[in-house]
Design a protein around this ligand. Structure first.
Ligand SMILES: [Zn+2]
Ligand SMILES: [Zn+2]
Length: 310
């Protein structure tokens, strides 16, 4: 059996059994149980739980038979017994994390905007950030009041709570770069699957204003081979996740996000990327600091295979 057909057979079986898994969650009391057990894990440690009576009390169900029925529906996949304690398993904890992030909130983000410390790469204006509920869900958008959108990212409403607009924007930006960092090592941030990396052949053919503005820059495109995770970034953003580049910026006092901003907007540095060979494809990125220039060479698989200082 080929790997492909094995994967698709696996998927069909999985959907069958998932039907049962998700229907076991379709009840308020059961979700309350998971939230309470996750709270215990948070307070006392992962793997810690509660006895039947204590758990029933925390969930607030008086009828012990009814509570036992609901708990039984979760036991196995989501909850396990350790001695006399009921303990949340990873599938329960991951579900609660998604709930806490606000992934399933039906309330939308309050539209809000704030000025960031980052600058537009076409003018000197500070970029603004806007939180908004789009067609696909809540998102965060960085944009120049004059030149339009620069970057956007999905943004579950839970990210915003307890954080200022600027902090929340930095969280989204940092996570985007983590996604790049993992993807370039072939790991999907969403499903842990394998990610393939390629150059965008020419100028990205999309209606996005952002990409039109970056016309002429080389882009790297990531696609998870298993889930939906796929995105493109300018090659200069991509190389910024390599330790040699990060260290060069750190030495000069730049934090991660400031370094990315400096490369995109060419503030305080110069940055030049070019295709130096077509077949096999070789790309060169030159980052000019005050005192010296870092030249990176990327191979056809978008890996940095060489760097030199000159
Ligand atoms: Zn601008
Ligand atoms: Zn994936």
């Amino acid at each position: 059996m080929s790997e492909d057909s094995r994967a698709s057979t696996g998927e069909a079986t999985q959907v069958d059994s998932l039907d049962e898994v998700f229907s076991s969650l379709g009840d308020e009391t059961r979700l309350e149980i998971l939230l309470e057990l996750a709270a215990v894990a948070s307070d006392q440690g992962i793997g810690e739980g509660l006895g039947f009576a204590a758990l029933r009390e925390r969930v607030g169900v008086t009828d012990s038979g009814r509570f036992n029925y609901h708990l039984g529906k979760l036991t196995g996949r989501f909850v396990t017994k350790r001695g006399d304690s009921y303990v949340a398993r990873w599938p329960a904890l991951m579900l609660v994390a998604a709930i806490r992030a606000g992934q399933y909130d039906d309330t939308d983000l309050t539209p809000e905007r704030a000025t960031t410390e980052f600058t537009c790469h076409r003018c000197d204006r500070a970029l603004e950030v806007r939180f908004e509920s789009g067609t696909l869900g809540a998102g965060v958008l960085m944009y120049c009041p004059e030149h339009g959108g620069m970057d956007d990212y999905r943004f579950p409403p839970g990210v915003r709570s307890g954080r200022s607009a600027r902090e929340a924007m930095r969280v989204a930006y940092t996570r985007l770069l983590e996604n790049v960092r993992l993807a370039r090592r072939g790991i999907c941030m969403e499903c842990w699957g394998r990610v393939s990396t390629d150059y965008v052949p020419d100028t990205p053919d999309t209606e996005s204003e952002y990409e039109h503005q970056l016309e002429g820059q080389i882009f790297v495109q990531f696609a998870c081979e298993r889930c939906w995770n796929q995105f493109g970034v300018p090659v200069r953003t991509y190389v910024g996740t390599y330790p040699v580049v990060a260290a060069a910026f750190r030495k000069r006092g730049y934090q991660q996000l400031e370094a990315t901003d400096a490369m995109t907007a060419e503030r305080g540095i110069t940055c030049e990327d070019m295709l130096v060979q077509e077949d096999p494809r070789r790309v060169s990125v030159r980052i000019g600091f005050d005192d010296e220039t870092l030249v990176l060479t990327l191979d056809e698989g978008c890996s940095v295979v060489d760097h030199e200082w000159c």
